[in-house]
Design a protein around this ligand. Structure first.
Ligand SMILES: Nc1ncnc2c1ncn2[C@@H]1O[C@H](COP(=O)(O)OP(=O)(O)OP(=O)(O)O)[C@@H](O)[C@H]1O
Ligand SMILES: [Mg+2]
Length: 230
């Protein structure tokens, strides 16, 4: 049986602003097992980013229960959340968030430094090669195409050998061809056993996942009730 990495029950996230409360995620039940490839889809504002950030321990849940790697994280403190995240969760964001003054190689090395993991250059170069960036190792982000930047961002997320890779709109800024390259990377990673949770508007990326979760106003809804572009 495959190991449970995440178990969420009635997971709820409310943003408390001075003027109002926004219920961004409302009672989501979800299980993530080792090797899963899950896509979260739904219109803008439906709670995809909030759900990913909460499952990835970047955000604290408001109510419900959340078990990550067998640990109840509902009530743990912020510094414990950091510890759960560190070395276990890899994140890829829509806007790459690469450091402009560092080369592809240096950008990928950086999280190892923060995670206090040894930096094995050969391993990192092999990772960049695997992502088709063998000839771009010493390039700065401004010398890379959008698809290449996103592949560097994926390499950076993978450098720490995470248990789960979270990707939030990883193809949002890419043309169709570059987006296809990223889909292929995810498919290959998943077939090598990587657990992937991706939030996407892209139906093709969604269709590559084993499971699609449709969100609408923070609720999981059946496919028929979800509108992709709200
Ligand atoms: N930090 C925050 N503080 C307050 N409200 C927030 C915050 N982040 C998100 N929200 C609100 O929570 C709801 C869900 O937002 P979220 O970013 O999770 O949606 P999304 O599905 O990722 O949208 P998109 O497709 O546009 O990225 C929205 O109403 C949004 O305005
Ligand atoms: Mg979002």
């Amino acid at each position: 049986m495959r190991e449970h990495l995440i178990k969420a029950e009635k997971l709820t996230k409310v943003y408390k602003l001075p003027s109002e409360e926004i219920k961004a995620v409302r009672g989501v039940d979800l299980e993530v097992k080792n090797g899963d490839f899950i896509a979260v889809m739904g219109p803008s504002g439906s709670g995809k980013t909030t759900l990913l950030d909460t499952l990835g321990c970047l955000n604290r849940l408001t109510s419900g229960t959340l078990e990550v790697f067998g640990r109840d994280v509902s009530r743990v403190r912020e510094n414990s959340l950091v510890k759960i995240r560190r070395g276990n969760m890899g994140f890829v964001f829509q806007n790459f968030l690469l450091i402009p003054s560092l080369t592809a190689l240096e950008n990928v090395e950086l999280p190892l430094y923060f995670a206090r993991q040894p930096q094995d250059r050969k391993k990192i170069i092999a990772l960049l090669e695997k992502l088709g960036l063998g000839k771009r190792v010493n390039h700065l982000p401004k010398e890379l195409s959008g698809g290449e930047k996103q592949r560097v961002a994926i390499a950076r997320a993978l450098a720490i050998s995470p248990k789960i890779l979270f990707a939030d709109e990883p193809t949002g800024n890419l043309d169709t061809k570059s987006a296809q390259g990223i889909f292929n990377v995810f498919e290959e990673l998943n077939s090598d056993g990587m657990t992937i949770i991706v939030a996407t508007h892209n139906p093709r990326l969604g269709s590559q996942a084993d499971q699609i979760i449709y969100l609408q106003d923070g609720n999981v809804v059946p496919k028929e009730e979800s509108s992709l572009y709200g």
